[in-house]
Design a protein around this ligand. Structure first.
Ligand SMILES: [Zn+2]
Length: 240
């Protein structure tokens, strides 16, 4: 693992077995020193000293997860991650309190207001004065170290997240594609993440979605659906 001194200081504050729609998970709350943030580790099975543990590093999304906003795919991605670690029998979802790619809830809503004027998700963040992605994954690294996870199969479509964790010192042996089906209202958002943030939507769920695996039929079908929905839209995604 990484130089521990560079990681945020966390306190493992509480722990319980939580029954959910997706199964029973050992749920741990970590408090981050010097902040009000409480982060979660949602654990299935025995992961201490295990290699190639299935891991999702997930950022909180109140609008998606609580309000069922259709502007993003966060709720579906969280549900899929919990289903997958329950099915695998071992794994962990690390749930980070960093709303709106790190800009906070109020600023995310301000960015959404910019999107109403036609900006995409990247330009909207820039318009209100934020970088594209302020998330940092030091907390996730510290939680994985506390849980004793030796190496990780990371469920994500975002290669930058793999790189960020590796830079922090997490041994990520494989990226597992984490694709949920797009729908009409979030298709622009997903296409923007692909075009402007380097996200990959070419790996099947549950398949061998490694970095070099070829596009699956399902992923190709989902991409075709996304592109068809995009083409059918009356308004262009960018205002420029
Ligand atoms: Zn979201």
């Amino acid at each position: 693992m990484a130089d521990k001194s560079a990681l945020p200081e966390l306190e493992r504050y509480a722990e319980t077995l939580l029954p959910t729609e997706y199964g029973r998970f050992r749920t741990l709350v970590y408090r981050e020193a010097g902040s009000e943030f409480e982060h979660l580790a949602i654990v299935s099975g025995e992961i201490r000293d295990q290699h190639e543990v299935l891991v999702r590093v997930h950022s909180a999304c109140l609008t998606g997860e609580v309000l069922h906003s259709l502007k993003c795919d966060c709720r579906e991605q969280l549900a899929l991650a919990m289903e997958r670690i329950d099915a695998a029998g071992t794994g962990v979802v690390i749930y980070l309190q960093q709303e709106g790619r790190g800009i906070g809830l109020g600023n995310k809503i301000r960015a959404y207001a910019k999107q109403e004027q036609g900006l995409d998700t990247v330009d909207a963040n820039r318009a209100i004065g934020f970088e594209d992605d302020l998330r940092h994954y030091g907390v996730a690294t510290a939680i994985l170290a506390d849980l004793g996870v030796r190496s990780v199969q990371l469920m994500t479509n975002n290669p930058a997240k793999v790189e960020a964790l590796r830079t922090d010192g997490v041994l990520v042996t494989r990226r597992v594609g984490h694709v949920v089906a797009p729908h009409e209202l979030n298709v622009d958002y997903l296409l923007t993440k692909r075009a402007r943030m380097g996200h990959l939507y070419d790996s099947a769920n549950g398949g061998n979605g490694g970095l070099d695996s070829p596009p699956s039929e399902r992923a190709q079908a989902e991409r075709a659906q996304a592109e068809r929905l995009q083409a059918e839209r009356l308004q262009p995604a960018d205002a420029e």
